[in-house]
Design a protein around this ligand. Sequence first.
Ligand SMILES: [Zn+2]
Ligand SMILES: [Zn+2]
Length: 458
Amino acid sequence: MEISFHGADRDVTGSCHLLECANKRLLIDCGMFQGARELEAENAAPLGFDAAKVDFLLLTHAHLDHCGRLPLLIKRGFGGEIVTTAATRELASIVLKDSAHMAEDDAAWQQRHAHGEPAPAPLYTQSDVEITLARFGRVAQYCVAIDLAPDVRVTFFDAGHILGSAHVLVEVSENGSQRRVLFSGDIGGAGRPIIRDPDPPQASIVLMETTYGDRCHRSTAESVAELVGVIKTTISRGGNVVIPSFALERTQEILYALRAAVTSGALPAQLPVFVDSPMAVAAIAVYRAHPECFDAEAAQLVASHQDLFGTPGLRLVRSTAESMEINRVSGGAVIMAGSGMCTGGRVRHHLVRNLPRESASVVFVGFASRGTPARRIIDGARSINLLGREVPVRAEIHTINGFSAHADQAELLRWHARVGGAERTILIHGEHETMKTFAALLPGVPVSMPSPGERLSL
Ligand SMILES: [Zn+2]
Ligand SMILES: [Zn+2]
């Protein structure tokens, strides 16, 4: 059995791992490299293996850093079956279409500014995405094994990270012995809203993500309380609350928290809440369609016919015209829009309007890479360049970190203790320094931290 490493090795984006066993080649995820700038060269580079020889693609979840290079894999000859959960299939469709749309927009912009020189083609297009979606085959249900070949079976287990996310267990019979290899995908923290906690099986060989292997974060409950506090104070002084937010999971979680706060009377029933993101709105529909992924609390709400994401003042905004109407709201509203790091998307318009207002608040609820507008605002910039103009920062700035969709150090340790990983624990999806800190907490466990392109024989 061999495993080779083609993305998210000593790094957090571009997840892509190839398992060769029992004469089959299984690829686990094929994600996009992401950063402050678009890492076009890295994404367009050779995959590091022959795509045509891969038999199956097992997709852990729909985040772009796990599914974003799927259309490229197919363009380069992958002819096999894509296996994932029903919710991941639908969310991946939204994510990939958005990604193609952005690539096409970018290419068109470069074409306009190329002054007659040939401009680079987009990484992939909508039609490449359509071809990719047609390659999704069997649907995985949690805890139900799927036979890929006589000697290879896989089982998806709830990873508690985003809707439909999974740990993938591969069981292989090779030379008369049985082996269990577990790919963690991204691991959620315990007690997250809407979805269930991670439910990993035991395995002797474990590949695990280590994004937050060096730190602990605050609980979701504390973070919700903090957010509600900021909203109360801001609307009482007549300002808007702008939340730059990732379309997947974060937006739905915050709506879920706002619904609870409105129901309990902590926030006014008619509080105007705008979700100004067609992608987030589409993702809400997928959430509503998959109650089989909900935890007991969310399932209970559905059973009593309550809308998980609905408050009386909620407006889901799709069109640009509707989006521009929000400009007229000078105070008293919550406005959620992407992108989370403010590198693009409609949130930039809301920031241009609200950053100069002392009455307003801007609340960051996710990770912000160095060099992004979000990071500069968080780091205390007095003014910021957005949409070609210099915007003064007078609004109150908050960062609330407990909404993270990733397990923190303590949760990763508990996860590892549950799965075992006694034969080999392979750390992936983390910065190298973070991995070293985490590895030091696993005494007696044989740990590897492979670098990109490395091959391990097991
Ligand atoms: Zn993820
Ligand atoms: Zn990830």
